[in-house]
Design a protein. Sequence first.
Length: 391
Amino acid sequence: MKLKKLTALLFALIIALSFCSCNENTPTVSNAESETGEITITDLIGREVTVVPGSYKRVVCIGAGALRMYTYIGDTALLCGVEDIDNTSLTNRPKMFDGVARPYLIAFEDVFSALPSCGVGGPNAQAAEAEKILACDPDIVISGYEDVEKEDALQSQLGVPVITLKSGSAAVFDEAFMSSMKLLGKLLSEEEKAQALVDFVASERAEIESRTQDIAGEDKPNAYICGLGNWGTTNHLMTTQNYISFTVANVKNALTGLESSAVVPIEEEKFVSLGASMDIVIMDAAAVKNIKPLYQQDSTMFDTCRAWQDKEVYLQMAYNAYYTNFETVLINTWFIAKTVYPDAFEDIDMTEKTNEITQVFLGQELAQKMFAYPNSFGGYQKIDTEIFFND
């Protein structure tokens, strides 16, 4: 009997030891990741990076658009460095966009001005400045640079995650922008905030589309958009036949038949040939500084445009300054819809709409400050071209 008990005990011990041995040799990566909070994410240029969501206390944003997108979701108190272009307290810094309303800078100018430099920034900065970033001692870097090899090299040099964001050609309406917001939400443990922003943009788009979707083709005027593209080179010839705000607002574009759907300059002859069919011209405020001297020198080309003759020329807010001001694109879309279809948007006040959108994106009502910037010219408006361009 004792032998049987001893045999049973030995058998049980062997089973127990075997069980322990089996557990020790089973991969424990998933358990370790669960305990430490580490996960692997894929950023917007396809790089896989290991991160610990919600753990980051020192953040640096580099490259066009990165800081702007971070402010929509992240806590600016976590920033430990800022590019010179966004620090208005500095004398020696890129200033080409200072006259343009950049809502994120307006909202957090005091915060940015108190931070050390993580690089010069601006359109002429083609690479990250690793030494300056290291001096800021970040534990994560949010980047707008889209070169995989360079991002990997920077991450290796810094020893912290480098996460690349992007938006896509459709700006605030692009899936890439939505994905960037959700990725930030995941990284910063702000998933609800990110989803709320994504849902807000979707609801705004749906509201604009619902007001315009049943407007008959014969009731749609031909609109021409100009002043798009690069801030320093744009004018009345810089346009596109695939403008996302026109698409969302169901606006008929006067420009068709181009091979390219990108923002491109058309020839003067093309502008003149379209002139008689341009019922409405919407000009981005970025173009004013270049159009004004051209108009003063010779207004003949402009006068061939029906909208110029009928005084149906409108000014939207400049939205492209150190990359895209995403909230401004959304506000512009409301303005375009209201301009082209005034009866359908009679209830929309552009100051109120601007404040509503900046409150959602940045937590502040910024209309008054945005409209006061020199290159805002007072905000959304119909302009009398003879007075406006001869002033």
